[in-house]
Design a protein around this ligand. Structure first.
Ligand code: GLY
Ligand code: MN
Ligand code: MN
Length: 435
């Protein structure tokens, strides 16, 4: 993403905030994995969306109309010793030169400087509850100002949730964002192809996971958008299975849910295929139900349709399919009303996708489902999960878990499937696996 993109985002937000307001966004802290070992640092998406600043220990402040600069970035001071140990830092000069800050101060000085920036402002835009330690510090700064009221200092009267404005912005993707998401999608498609081609009975799930991560890296990104799910047989029926530790059995299906993160944007793809390269009759029958549901749901992604339409049609097709296969009884209408399909399809058909895999943005406005608009991106991911806990049904259906997930962009005239670079028709999958 170039500097200009971040600048225009800040400008847009400041226009919506109006004068007399301040927005404050702290960077996420580093997290410890275990003694002396930290998790890889990934800035929180709200902070990065506006700043493009990749370091921890930073706070971005936006003050529309401020004479000495509207965008202030507090960040670490450069220190050669620390840089020798843990890597380069931007410092105050870098914050201005490379990250578009109008002004920058050392993070150590924030207690002295930030309260002054809140003086005589009406509204503070801030997201409470995400960084509890920072919440406390902000309350402390405001209380300090209150104590100075006899000196004529006015304390902000309104605390407004920043999420609302910011997440509405993040929901509609710009051309630059769409480009990054296309790249994330293409990289992920190729990794799924690698997985299909290498899969053999007797391999371990983590070997496939490793090959997927390697494929991401070979194509230019180190990051996954989330922990990969590589689950054979019964493990495919555990929705968030990430242990990826078992040996793959010839007659099982393998469910893979894996997506790269590219330039801070996520892809999120699921494919399901037979470990031995050939769908059994039962596997194929269920697979086709899920695929029909997914294709019907994708068709509903059109500007003007509402958020729940893909889910509604997916539930309809899945319920119909389950009745035809004898896995549900009674009428479709009743099965949908009573939600008996939820025994086998217990999650929703998708979510917004963007910088976060489960991206921000409201799904309802007041009590109405949100209407699709060009620039929104979402996943479409119906599934069926039949574990062996269902002792009342024929064993041939047991331990079949299937999910088919694609990433879809709403366009002016309909939609674009960003992840159509990896096949999902069963014959095509068998052909890839045989190649
Ligand atoms: N990979 C997480 C999801 O599909 O929602
Ligand atoms: Mn998903
Ligand atoms: Mn997924």
């Amino acid at each position: 993403m170039n500097k200009q993109e971040f600048k225009s985002r800040r400008k847009h937000l400041m226009q919506m905030m109006g004068e007399n307001a301040v927005a404050i966004l702290p960077a996420a802290p580093m997290r410890i994995r275990n003694r002396d070992v930290e998790y890889a640092y990934r800035p929180d998406s709200d902070f990065y969306y506006l700043s493009g600043f990749p370091e921890p220990e930073a706070v971005a402040v936006l003050i529309p109309g401020r004479e000495h600069g509207e965008y202030i970035l507090f960040c670490r001071e450069r220190d050669p010793k620390t840089e020798t140990w843990t890597g380069r830092m931007a410092g105050q000069e870098g914050a201005v030169e490379n990250y578009g800050a109008d002004d920058s101060f050392p993070i150590e000085d924030i207690d002295d400087i930030l309260p002054g920036m809140l003086e005589n402002k009406q509204r503070v835009y801030y997201t409470m509850g995400t960084h509890p330690d920072f919440d406390q510090r902000l309350i402390g700064w405001v209380n300090r100002l209150r104590k100075q009221s006899r000196a004529g200092i006015h304390t902000p009267g309104e605390f407004v949730s920043l999420d609302h404005l910011l997440h509405d912005m993040r929901l509609i993707k710009s051309n630059h964002e769409i480009k990054a998401m296309r790249t994330a999608a293409q990289i992920s498609c190729e990794a799924h192809r690698v997985a299909m081609q290498m899969c053999k009975p007797g391999m371990y799930e983590y070997q496939i996971e490793g090959a997927i991560l390697n494929s991401f890296a070979q194509q230019g990104t180190r990051e996954s958008a989330y922990s990969s799910i590589v689950g054979g047989g019964a493990n495919g029926c555990v929705l968030h299975y990430t242990e990826n530790k078992d040996k793959l059995k010839a007659n099982d299906l393998l469910l893979i849910d894996a997506g790269a993160e590219y330039d801070y944007y996520a892809a999120d793809i699921s494919r399901t295929f037979p470990v031995n390269g050939k769908f059994s009759k039962a596997q194929r029958a269920l697979y086709e139900v899920v695929l029909d549901a997914q294709l019907a749901a994708i068709e509903k992604v059109q500007p003007g349709n509402h958020w729940n339409e893909p889910h509604e049609v997916a539930v309809d097709v899945i319920t119909d399919g389950l009745i035809k296969l004898g896995l549900l009884t009674g009428s479709k209408k009743k099965a949908i009303e009573e939600e008996s399909y939820k025994k086998f399809y217990m999650h929703r058909t998708g979510h917004w996708l963007g910088m976060d895999v489960h991206d921000v943005g409201d799904y309802k406005i007041e009590d109405e489902w949100r209407v699709f608009e060009p620039g929104m991106t979402l996943t479409v991911e119906p599934g069926l999960y039949i574990s062996d806990q269902h002792s009342d049904i024929d064993k041939k259906w047991h331990n079949i878990g299937i999910r088919i997930e694609d990433d879809v962009l709403v366009t002016n005239t309909g939609h674009e499937v960003l992840t159509d670079g990896i096949q999902k028709q069963p014959d095509d999958i068998e052909a890839i696996m045989a190649s």
